[in-house]
Design a protein around this ligand. Sequence first.
Ligand code: NDP
Length: 283
Amino acid sequence: MSMIIDGKAVSAKVKENVRDEIAELKKKGITAGLAVIIVGDDPASKVYVRNKKLACEFCGIDSYEYALPAETTQDELISLVKKLNADERVDGILCQLPLPEHIDEKAVIDNISPDKDVDAFHPVNVGRIMIGDYRFLPCTPAGVMELIASTGVEVKGKECVVVGRSNIVGKPMAMLLLHNSGTVTVCHSKTKDLAEHCRKADILVAAVGVPKLITGDMIKDGAVVIDVGVNRLENGKLCGDVDFESAKEKASYITPVPGGVGPMTIAMLMKNTLAAAKMKAAE
Ligand code: NDP
């Protein structure tokens, strides 16, 4: 039987720490600002943007929302990004993904100043993560590291298996575990015998997008299991990439979906915005 990792509680602590540090900065006359750009009417994106605004309010971060129509051109969007790059009130810029199909996401990300790239998607920040000299960590993998830390289980020397190799989650996740001296295996859709790899994991991170792909029989006794997946079932309920019911019989610690990794992502965005404001203050 495993302990359930409470992502809401861990994320609340992260946000409280950010709020306290922002209050200290304000005493020195330094404010922190986050600009969030949303293009189009995607309902899920609107919810994410609203939650980001609420988190900013909680932390004392000024939030600037730019809701643009779906027909906004790539040039118009990049012009806005450049304007925000030069705006001193803005420490972090986040462009809510996905963007409409006629806009090249990479072109937009490449135009965000690396110093304000609080999602850590810009190639400069991706490169910095690779060499272990980072200012911002990508929010979801950084949130996973906080959740692992909250268990008290050390990553050093552990067999770590990451299922998924996306640029946003899987690859940076593997790098962070490696920087923390885990022995890391990355699995993907072409991996032969996924179960065999998973069964070796002391720390297993699933970031796939396939409901309940990882079942209890694929989990080593006592493993820490972190489920990044967010999948909507036919009955409307959310579920992860891990079959929670069978996995919790084997894991020592496990995250639920929802209420595990999800709340951490926004908390880490707040942390990155704080880091950007501190960088500005140090200039
Ligand atoms: P992607 O679709 O970009 O990547 C999925 C990865 O899973 C790919 O590397 C793919 O392999 C691999 N994969 C697919 N099928 C299998 C399989 N059967 N066995 C092994 N590996 C497989 O997804 P993301 O990384 O963006 O997201 C992953 C999940 O995490 C999604 O459910 C997403 O909603 C969720 N997510 C949650 C966040 C949160 O805040 N909680 C934030 C971001 C994502 P290949 O490369 O070979 O195609």
